[in-house]
Design a protein around this ligand. Structure first.
Ligand SMILES: C[S@@+](CC[C@H](N)C(=O)[O-])C[C@H]1O[C@@H](n2cnc3c(N)ncnc32)[C@H](O)[C@@H]1O
Length: 206
């Protein structure tokens, strides 16, 4: 049930920049810190990161997405790696900051555990994980076919898992949470206000 490279590639090929608008607010990036974004997509978050740091590496499973992200002038100094987040091609403890923004929810439960263990492995001691994923309170939770608990497949073939805060805590249990909250706002759709919600976490290694 994983939305593998083909589903993502096809979507990016057909629709181009899938993710637009402003990225979520980002933390300060200390000078010289090594930064990894996992699942950079067409570069929505990556562009903002690359404007703050010249030590950014971006990993993506979709070649089409990488090509789109690379096209942006702001990412000229970033390193791009076509790879699966479940098997990151990096040594242990090499990144001071890891960004995992709307990626974990697209993996099935078993693979989310592998992904989390890769994140913990590549984070440097004292390093920080910035995590965001859709919450079970989001208006889209429950739409489509439920393929695993709280995980829905919609028309594009891409699956999304909707998190609780507790799940995020459990997933990254080897790390220390420094912030865990649900970000809630309203989105107006055809004259009605609908709930949007994301689980946001900041976790420290060591
Ligand atoms: C919703 S997009 C997130 C884009 C980006 N993080 C942002 O903030 O705009 C999810 C991305 O995760 C990528 N992805 C999904 N599974 C992956 C995996 N196993 N390894 C690496 N990237 C993956 C997809 O190709 C897709 O581009």
């Amino acid at each position: 049930m994983t939305a593998g490279p083909s589903a993502w590639d096809e979507d990016y090929r057909k629709r181009g920049n899938l993710w637009g608008g402003a990225p979520a607010s980002l933390p300060e990036i200390p000078a010289g810190a090594t930064v990894l974004e996992i699942g950079c997509g067409n570069g929505k978050t990556l562009v903002a990161l690359a404007r703050r740091s010249s030590h950014v590496t971006a990993v993506e499973i979709s070649r089409e997405a990488l090509l789109l992200a690379r096209r942006h002038p702001a990412t000229a100094a970033a390193a791009f790696v076509l790879a699966d987040a479940r098997d990151l091609p990096f040594r242990d403890c090499v990144f001071d900051l890891v960004f995992l923004v709307h990626v974990a929810g697209h993996l099935p439960a078993r693979d989310r555990i592998t992904l989390a263990s890769e994140v913990c492995r590549v984070l440097a001691d004292g390093g920080t994980l910035i995590f965001r994923a859709f919450s079970i309170e989001d208006m889209r939770a429950g739409k489509g076919v439920e393929v695993e608990p709280k995980t829905f497949r919609r028309g594009s073939g891409i699956t999304t898992h909707y998190f609780t805060e507790t799940e995020a805590l459990e997933l990254f249990s080897p790390l220390t949470p420094v912030l865990l909250r649900t970000d809630r706002w309203q989105m107006r759709v055809r004259g009605k206000y609908l709930p949007r919600a994301e689980v946001e976490g900041v976790f420290l290694k060591g």
